[in-house]
Design a protein around this ligand. Structure first.
Ligand SMILES: Nc1ncnc2c1ncn2[C@@H]1O[C@H](COP(=O)(O)OP(=O)(O)OP(=O)(O)O)[C@@H](O)[C@H]1O
Ligand SMILES: O=P(O)(O)OC[C@@]1(O)O[C@H](CO)[C@@H](O)[C@@H]1O
Length: 323
């Protein structure tokens, strides 16, 4: 069992609305179900890691005025609560899930954070690092008033303690965070294309971008590609995974499940192929329902068996690299 800290600077209550059919914008739509979950990327990652048996602490910046669902979820999942409370309400993100598998995210900007809260968060992270951690995951967007340098400042502190730091964010925060060289990063293809400054629509372009980061000192570059699967540059080698066929209910949290499954395998010392097969199967499991992946799903072994992992040349110009 590893001691893991996940940092969610901009958590959210996810309001998931399941439409019976296809949504019609500008009209009255009757929904099949609605639910609210305490979420945000780092909290989703923590939920999976706790299910996998790890000792998980969650921290970040949480609105004091609507914390009840979070506190209840942390207790139910066995997560240690080290969130800094800030005045106001945590944002509500809307997830519209349609019968055909399409999901639309409406994500709010988040709270305006006073400088004192960020200082309190740094102090809390320092204390947790001093007490001993095996890995830290920094996930999600930045709320208002938080400098773009925050993820890189956190990574620098974490590295000073020789603790691996994994980063999953987007836009300018990703660009700034990558410069601090986290040990692992999990962008999706659009997020990495933003960083690269050009579309990553071919396998070679994706491999080239992943390799650039890997050569730059980021040990694990885990590029998620939605239903196409995963490309993982690690240890001087590239692996790809193709998920098993599943019927999609909600892809929200699939990337968080993939990251958590990968970190679990890496911290368990598994061979890379085994890590990627497990994490990809767990991410596929997650899209079949609302919420993160369930390692205890009755058919998980079948999903696992139908996940294809291939080892490829790291040279994007090598003709045989395309899976
Ligand atoms: N339709 C699908 N079928 C099977 N697996 C899927 C499907 N969609 C996503 N996955 C798995 O989940 C992983 C993560 O998905 P994706 O690339 O959409 O992450 P993401 O954009 O970070 O998502 P999020 O931010 O909502 O968690 C993929 O790499 C893939 O392994
Ligand atoms: O707005 P961000 O911080 O980029 O993403 C937030 C979010 O979409 O990410 C999770 C899924 O990965 C959801 O639980 C949450 O609403």
């Amino acid at each position: 069992m590893a001691r893991i800290l996940t940092l969610t600077l901009n958590p959210a209550l996810d309001l998931t609305v399941r439409a019976g059919g296809t949504l019609r914008l500008g009209e009255v739509n009757r929904t099949e179900s609605t639910r609210i979950d305490a979420a945000g990327k780092g909290i989703n990652v923590a939920r999976v890691l706790a299910k996998l048996g790890h000792d998980v602490t969650v921290s970040g910046l949480l609105g004091a005025n609507n914390e009840t669902d979070f506190v209840r979820a942390f207790a139910a999942c066995g997560l240690r609560d080290a969130f800094i409370r800030v005045p106001g309400e945590t944002r509500i993100n809307i997830k519209l899930s349609e019968a055909g598998g399409r999901v639309t995210d409406l994500n709010g900007p988040g709270l305006r954070i006073p400088a004192s809260a960020l200082q309190a968060l740094f102090a809390r992270v320092d204390a947790l690092l001093s007490a001993g951690l095996d890995a830290v995951v920094i996930s999600g967007s930045l709320p208002q008033g938080i400098p773009l340098s925050t993820p890189s400042d956190l990574i620098t502190r974490i590295r000073e303690h020789q603790v691996p730091a994994w980063l999953d964010t987007s836009g300018a925060a990703l660009v700034a965070g990558l410069a601090a060289r986290p040990s692992g990063v999990k962008p999706n293809d659009l997020e990495l294309a933003d960083w690269a400054g050009h579309p990553l629509d071919t396998y070679e372009a994706r491999l080239r971008a992943a390799r650039r980061l890997h050569d730059d000192g980021i040990a694990d570059v885990l590029l998620s590609l939605g239903s196409e699967g995963v490309l993982w540059a690690s240890d001087g080698a590239a692996l790809t995974a193709t998920p098993p066929p599943v019927s999609v209910v909600s892809t929200v949290g699939a990337g968080d499940t993939l990251l958590a499954g990968t970190l679990h395998g890496v911290l368990s010392g598994w061979p890379r192929e085994r890590v990627l097969r497990f994490a990809t199967a767990l991410a596929a499991e997650s899209v079949r329902h609302i919420g993160v992946g369930e390692p205890d799903a009755v058919d998980f072994e079948q999903l696992h068996q139908h996940t294809l992992v291939q080892s490829l040349s790291m040279d994007p110009s090598a003709g045989e690299t395309h899976p």
